[in-house]
Write a protein that binds this ligand. Structure first.
Ligand code: SF4
Length: 316
């Protein structure tokens, strides 16, 4: 039987970012250095495939530091942790390695600097996301106000509208965040913040590639996990950029083939925590059903790399 033709647009950049790559290396190198088990507080990055592979190598994933024994190393996930967490590990004299992405750590430093200058902080982010918890946890409880959407700006209660600063989660929608920042600046003209926001290069580049790709596609799939903020944003960006069917899949087995009936063009991208092996699995699933022609939609080249912490580069 002849397969129907399908143009498969592949977004570039897509998938792993430098912070995710570094965090995974940190767990692997820690297991090599100290042997298994090595504890990891929270999923090191939001991807089940990555977490399962590390678990097979000897990583034990827990949600709280209290779930770790004193005598095994513990790693903090790429999303960052409240200051109280490394402080508690130090108090217990544990070996700990912080895999917080350096671009998240930069936001932590910004928040602390503003607070040291006597400014009240507003964080633009998603309630309950580990990165938001980690960044807000750089300052004492109640010091950072959370704003999730433009509507929240009208009701946020500040101490002194002349002494305010904002930071953002790194994995937000660039366009939504611009609207929230504009609303904050309209209500609090003296508010201080980064040049635009704190959204990282990887989030920005993946959203730009989707904006260029989506209008060409009858349907679009984002390979990523349901708890991955940047992956979910890519689905929204695809839908807004004109692709009427924009869906998240973790693996090829999640693809709803019936919904794709009759398509002639397909876009594929992946969130920053999705490995290339899963993207290839999805492409292979299309090759099995269609006569596929792959076309790249490249909007940026990335060559960012982050070093692992020194403790892992030194011999045991
Ligand atoms: S998405 Fe951005 S902030 Fe998050 S780990 Fe990757 S580079 Fe770092």
């Amino acid at each position: 039987m002849t397969k129907p033709p399908l143009t498969l647009y592949l977004a570039a950049p897509r998938g792993f970012c430098a912070g995710v790559d570094r965090a995974i290396k940190i767990v692997e190198m820690a297991i090599q250095k100290w042997g298994a088990p090595v504890y990891v507080r929270h999923e090191i990055v939001h991807n089940k495939f990555v977490v399962d592979a590390l678990r097979d190598q000897g990583a034990v994933f827990v949600e709280e530091l209290d779930d770790c024994p004193d005598d095994r190393p513990v790693i903090f996930s790429a999303h960052g942790v409240p200051k109280a967490v490394p402080a508690a590990a130090a108090k217990r004299e544990m070996i700990y390695v912080d895999a917080t992405c350096p671009l998240v750590s930069k936001v932590h430093i910004e928040a602390q600097r503003h607070a040291d200058n006597g400014l009240q902080m507003i964080m633009i982010g998603h309630e309950g996301h580990p990165e938001t918890i980690g960044t807000m946890g750089q300052l004492p409880e109640g010091e950072v106000l959370l704003v999730e959407a433009v509507e929240d700006v009208a009701t946020v209660q500040v101490r002194d509208s002349a002494r305010l600063a904002f930071v953002t989660q790194t994995t937000l929608s660039v366009d939504d965040t611009a609207d929230i920042v504009a609303a904050l600046q309209a209500r609090f003209p003296a508010i201080i913040g980064p040049h635009k926001e704190d959204i990282c290069y990887a989030t920005t580049n993946r959203q730009e590639a989707v904006k260029a790709m989506a209008p060409k596609c009858d349907a679009m799939l984002v390979v990523g996990a349901p708890n991955s903020s940047n992956s979910r944003r890519l689905v929204e960006v695809g839908a807004r950029a004109g692709c009427s069917y924009s869906q998240l899949v973790q693996r090829a087995s999640d693809i709803d083939w019936r919904a794709l009936d009759g398509i002639r063009s397909m876009g594929i991208t992946a969130g920053a925590s999705a490995p290339e092996v899963l993207i290839n699995e999805v492409i292979d699933a299309f090759r099995a059903r269609y006569d596929v022609t792959v076309e790249m939609v490249e909007t940026a080249k990335e060559n960012v790399e982050f070093k692992v912490p020194r403790v892992l580069r030194e011999p045991a």
